[in-house]
Design a binder for this molecule. Structure first.
Ligand code: FES
Length: 157
């Protein structure tokens, strides 16, 4: 995990060099690059970015908190989202959620110690016809059964 007290700004500087005449419209691509580099958006990096670009902190945090793709806390390389909605629940969604918990050894909202996976549950993934459903990053997995979970997750190891 990153020690925020001794954070290295060199990667940030390299990212900022990729953009000329930085304005607020560059905010999303810059934040995406920062997250790719650091794994999330560390506070000291955001403050340094504010100092270097003049983009107001409230603007940066506004965007960082609005879009689900951005994380202000350390986040695993892969995000697993299991649906806990009604359609998934009646088709065995809670068994799927329990299988993910068992396989990763973490609860929803947690990240594995090796920073490989973050596990979340969501109210609906919008593909109820595929119930029960989970997503790994941007990939959908539907009509899940408990015994498929290990292989799916291990594909991302
Ligand atoms: S309830 Fe699970 S995808 Fe909609």
């Amino acid at each position: 995990m990153i020690n925020e007290k001794s954070i290295d700004f060199k990667p940030l500087n390299k990212i900022l060099e990729l953009f000329s005449n930085i304005s607020s419209s560059d905010l999303i691509p810059i934040l995406q690059e920062i997250q790719l580099e650091y794994g999330y958006l560390p506070q000291p990096v955001i403050q340094e970015m504010n100092r270097k670009t003049g983009i107001p902190l409230n603007r940066i945090f506004g965007v960082a908190t609005f879009y689900e793709q951005f994380h202000l806390e350390p986040h695993g390389r892969h995000t697993i989202r299991c649906c806990r909605g009604t359609a998934c629940h009646v088709k065995g969604g809670s068994d799927v959620i329990n299988a993910v918990k068992r396989h990763l050894g973490i609860e929803p909202g947690e990240t594995t110690k090796d920073m490989r996976y973050t596990f979340e549950t969501v109210a609906c993934l919008g593909t109820c016809f595929l119930a029960p459903v989970m997503m790994v990053n941007n990939d959908y997995y539907g009509r899940l059964t408990v015994h498929k979970i290990k292989n799916i997750i291990d594909e991302y190891a």
